[in-house]
Design a protein around this ligand. Sequence first.
Ligand code: NAD
Length: 325
Amino acid sequence: MPKKLLSLKNSKQILAPAIETTRVVIIGTGFVGSTSAFAIMMSGIASEIVLVDVNKDKCLGEAWDLEHGISFVPQTKIWAGDYSDCKDADVVVITAGLGQKVGQTRLELAAANAKIVGDIIEKIKRYTNKAVILTVTNPLDVMTYVALKKSGLPDYQVFGTGTTLDSARFRFLLAQEFGVAPDSMGAYLIGEHGDSEVPVYSHVNLMGENISALPEYDKKAVEQAYTKTKTAAYDIICKKGATYYAIALAVERIVRAILYDENHIFPVSSLLTGQYGLKDVCLSLPAVIGRTGIKKVMEIKLSPDELAKLRQSAKTIMDTIEKVK
Ligand code: NAD
């Protein structure tokens, strides 16, 4: 065996070519922000993860705890930073703000979180107009609207996780019913990330086959899956105070679609510009996500009942937007 496996003199030759730096800044390092950082660190999709929080000690503690795990995952730089780190950010994820307390609806957080998100956007704006901004703070659709309007950025550059999480819950519960893996289940919700969200029953499918055509189809069980989806956050908050693992994975998955320019379709919340006759409101519809953010919002065919519910959901969000304006 040679004494030295590699000569330092020649080290330049053996280093891998420099990869492009990709930076994700996460504002808010509570349950959702720190778990999202963990998910992004685990998958190795970003070369830099910056944490920012008004609570500097919490932020520093989370950064230290995360970086001590770097030897077990793909190499990533993680640090507790500040808004100036947004300068080189590819994606800024906003998770700062109040969470729901037991029994509280997401919409009840609107006034307090609109102020927080508005202030955060003012600070981000000082350093970048290039990063894609992904909102997570609730009430999600209202916060996405506030972030977009305050930022002055193009519609496609600011959007929210929307019903991506709810759709994953719905798919999981339906998949249990049909005895398949959740990612084999085609199902999603649109509209508000909240109580007025709309299950698109007319599109629920297994490998393209509408579930109503399957022998296992049980309308009541499918409706129950939706009810459980709708109450999931309340149920989890009752048991453990907050929800964060599944949303963190949803954040990681969407950030990956942005950084890798995947053109993946997710039901995310973005500004509507006439889809279904709706405008000046943010809500979730299936959208194509890539490097620049939202590349296309899809206007899928809905049943008359689904359309009526979508319009009602839009109204709920619009009413709350009016209140925080
Ligand atoms: P948390 O209380 O654990 O964390 C919030 C963090 O925000 C805290 O660390 C706090 O210091 C920080 N913060 C508050 N004001 C700030 C400011 N002005 N600047 C920077 N940081 C600030 O809450 P959480 O459980 O992490 O939830 C965060 C938000 O995410 C809530 O609004 C919650 O409802 C929402 N949420 C959304 C989804 C979704 O699907 N979109 C899912 C779960 C939670």
